[in-house]
Every structure is written in structure tokens, then in C-alpha cells.
Design a protein around this ligand. Structure first.
Ligand code: 3MF
Ligand code: MG
Ligand code: MG
Ligand code: MG
Length: 385
């Protein structure tokens, strides 16, 4: 009946269900929720875990004693309700100190402070049992390119990530790091704007093996890109370390809508891709209830994210079991073993391929049946197959 259990690996951020509805033009519409209460509610809904930024839990100005008290209370709630913390991250965007970036600030003091804050946050994450550490560089960007950062910023970013990877290894934390790209907002332009940019950058780090990506549905969609394609590229590179599920109308501000609420077919494609790929990491919802909602709406939002995923997972199973759909797929994918063998390079294969005759006109005439396949998929999603 599509009721989630921890085996489904669904996670939420403290900042997601804890979102108070504040936006750049309006005050909060809901009171804040305490972290232990969020843990209790998420566990009750069947989630597996909860993720956090350092300051979602511990205020930036907390004393050491306050920090320890807050963390102890949170850990007690986790163990009382059986929730884990698979991922942790740093808030390097809210404080005014980070207004022009953290690791890519033009101010060496800010860059060093960002390293210090991140090390402390990594300590917290490790204490809570997190194995994945996310870097969303929300303020790592510019409005004014005349500031001349473009030739330095990626180098500063690289030096910081190299430092933090060494710190993780030296402490024995064993984190896997996931870079989360976003094209813009809150900066006019953010460095490493897409999954492709992040994947390219990872190859320039000292320990590329420790780094992967945390793609977000909304972020690639804001850039006008196809999220499933970005995820497929990350999977192909062995770099899908984490994922932020939500929804988004194309080319707008970051809406963080309930998973599947806007682009159902894109959500289906994604769920099928994740399930087919064998991705076994957390399924994290980085989204929040609409500003119109009260607390009941928050839990309706959280239930809806998980329910939609499970329904689409079931649809993916139906897709694989549907004889008509499978026949259409078999028509579309035309395999040829002899040609496959010939397409492995040897001088002889190259010579033989150059000599071969192809019926180009017949190739061009062949209908692929994709209209039929796509309508079958729609019928399946409509629930009438
Ligand atoms: C902003 C985001 C972030 C990141 C988070 C790390 C506040 O658009 O998506 O959420 O996801 O910082 O996971
Ligand atoms: Mg986001
Ligand atoms: Mg978003
Ligand atoms: Mg995100």
C-alpha cells in the first residue's frame, strides 16, 4: 500500500521538513520545529534517516557546553526512534561572513574560517555516524566578474577540498564527499553550475576517488537541463554518491517542490533509472512544504514524497513486466552480434568495416515505434494498463 519503511532508505534534511516558509519577500508562515521532534515524526512516517547542516542543529554561536547538550539530546532521539544520519554538510551560506563565498571568497580570512567551520562540522557528522559529506557551494560564485576571481576561484576551491579530504583521512572519518552543483541562486552565477562541471572538476583533485556528486532535480532543471541525463552521467562515471530528490518548474528560482509534484514523467524516468542502476545510497528529499501549509501540510508533503517514489518504483516494475511495452522495446533496440564484434578496433576490423555496404536508405526509412512506446508509458502512468 505504498507505506514506506526504513528499508526504502528515504531521508529528509532537518532543514526540509523544518522549513518555516520564509522566502525573500515574506516572513515565516510556520513555527520552527525542534530537531528531536522532527526525528520522532520522520520515524513515525517510515523514513530511514535525517541529514543536517551543522547549524540546523547547533546554532553558530553556541558554547561548547550548549553544543554538547544539543547533540546529546539529538542522539538520544535518533536512538529512541531508530533513525540514522547518513549525510552531513556545512552551512557555508547563511552567515554574512560568507556573503562573497566561503572556499572561493577573495578574502583569505574567510577561506580559512570556512575550513575551520567545515572541520568542526565534519567532526559533528562523524559523531552522528555520517559517511557521506556534501558540499553545496551556495555562495561560491559572483555577481561582479570584474572582481577578477575567475582565474583563482577554482584553485582556492580545489585547495580547500584537498585539505578537507586529507583531514577526513587523518581523522579516520572515511567520508565520501559529494559536490552538489547549482547554476545560480543565491549568487547570480555559482561556480561548478552543473553535474557535468562538477564531474570535470573532480578529476583535478588530489583524491578524486573520495569525491562524487550530489545532483539535485531542481538544480539541473533550473539550468534547463534534463535531470535524469545528469544522473545517468554521474552513474556512468561511478560518481553518484548521494541524490537530492524534489521537483521544479523549468528555468525558475529554486522551488524545492514535493517529489513528483510537477514533472511526473521526469520523476518516473528518474526512479526507473535509479532502480535499474542498482544505486543503493540514501534517497534524500531536499524539498519543503509550500509556504501555504501549516504543520499538517508539512507531514502531508513528506508522506507524499515517499509515496510518489514508491508508486513510481512499482510502475517501473510494471513497465518491465508489460509484454506490449517489452515488445516495443525489443523492436526499438536492434542488436547485431557480428557488427558488435566488428566495432572492437583491430586493423582487420577497421578494414572490413570500411568495405562493408550499408543500406542507408533502409536505415533512414525504418520507423522506431517511439510514439507507440511513449503512449504505452503514459497509459501505464495514468493507471489504465
Ligand atoms: C540549496 C540546496 C542545499 C543543499 C544542502 C546540502 C540547503 O539549493 O540544495 O540545501 O542541498 O546544503 O545538501
Ligand atoms: Mg536546492
Ligand atoms: Mg532546490
Ligand atoms: Mg540540495
Amino acid at each position: 500500500d505504498f507505506t514506506p519503511t526504513p528499508a526504502d532508505r528515504f531521508t529528509f534534511g532537518l532543514w526540509t521538513v523544518g522549513n518555516t516558509g520564509r522566502d525573500p519577500f515574506g516572513e515565516p508562515t510556520r513555527p520552527p520545529l525542534r530537531a528531536p521532534y522532527i526525528v520522532e515524526k520522520l520515524a513515525g512516517l517510515g523514513a530511514y534517516g535525517v541529514n543536517l547542516h551543522d547549524n540546523d542543529l547547533v546554532p553558530i554561536d553556541a558554547s561548547a557546553a550548549e553544543r554538547d547538550r544539543i547533540v546529546a539530546e539529538f542522539r538520544q532521539a535518533l536512538s529512541d526512534h531508530g533513525l540514522v544520519v547518513p549525510m552531513a554538510t556545512t552551512n557555508l551560506f547563511s552567515d554574512p561572513a560568507f556573503k562573497d563565498g566561503a572556499f572561493t571568497s577573495a578574502d583569505a580570512q574567510v577561506r580559512a574560517y570556512a575550513l575551520q567551520k567545515t572541520m568542526r562540522s565534519m567532526d559533528l557528522g562523524a559523531e552522528l555516524g555520517a559517511h557521506t559529506y556534501v558540499f553545496w557551494g551556495g555562495r561560491e560564485g559572483t555577481e561582479v566578474d570584474a572582481g577578477g576571481k575567475l582565474l583563482s576561484a577554482l584553485g582556492w576551491f580545489r585547495d580547500s577540498l584537498n585539505f578537507l579530504a586529507e583531514y577526513s583521512e587523518a581523522q579516520g572519518y572515511g567520508y565520501r564527499f559529494a559536490l552538489e552543483p547549482k547554476p545560480n541562486e543565491p549568487r547570480a552565477d555559482i561556480f561548478l553550475p552543473t553535474v557535468g562541471s562538477a564531474l570535470g572538476f573532480i578529476g583535478t583533485l588530489d583524491r578524486p576517488d573520495l569525491f562524487g556528486v550530489n545532483p539535485e532535480f531542481a538544480h539541473e532543471t533550473m539550468a534547463g537541463l534534463n535531470f535524469a541525463h545528469a544522473v545517468a552521467q554521474a552513474l556512468d562515471a561511478g560518481k553518484l554518491f548521494h541524490i537530492d530528490l524534489n521537483d521544479q518548474k523549468m528555468s525558475r528560482f529554486d522551488q524545492d517542490l514535493r517529489f513528483g509534484s510537477e514533472n511526473l514523467k521526469g520523476a518516473f524516468t528518474l526512479v526507473k533509472l535509479l532502480e535499474d542502476s542498482g544505486y543503493d545510497g540514501p534517497l534524500h528529499f531536499d524539498a519543503h512544504a509550500l509556504r501555504t501549509e501549516d504543520e499538517a501540510g508539512v507531514w502531508a508533503f513528506a508522506r507524499g514524497c515517499m509515496r510518489t517514489y514508491l508508486i513510481l518504483k512499482d510502475k517501473a516494475r510494471q513497465f518491465d513486466a508489460d509484454p506490449e511495452i517489452q515488445a516495443a522495446l525489443a523492436e526499438y533496440h536492434r542488436a547485431d552480434e557480428e557488427l558488435a564484434a566488428l566495432s572492437r578496433f583491430t586493423p582487420e576490423n577497421a578494414a572490413s568495416l570500411k568495405e562493408r555496404t550499408f543500406d542507408r536508405a533502409a536505415l533512414g526509412r525504418r520507423g522506431l515505434g517511439l510514439e507507440h512506446l511513449d503512449q504505452l508509458t503514459n497509459d501505464l502512468l495514468f493507471g489504465i494498463r
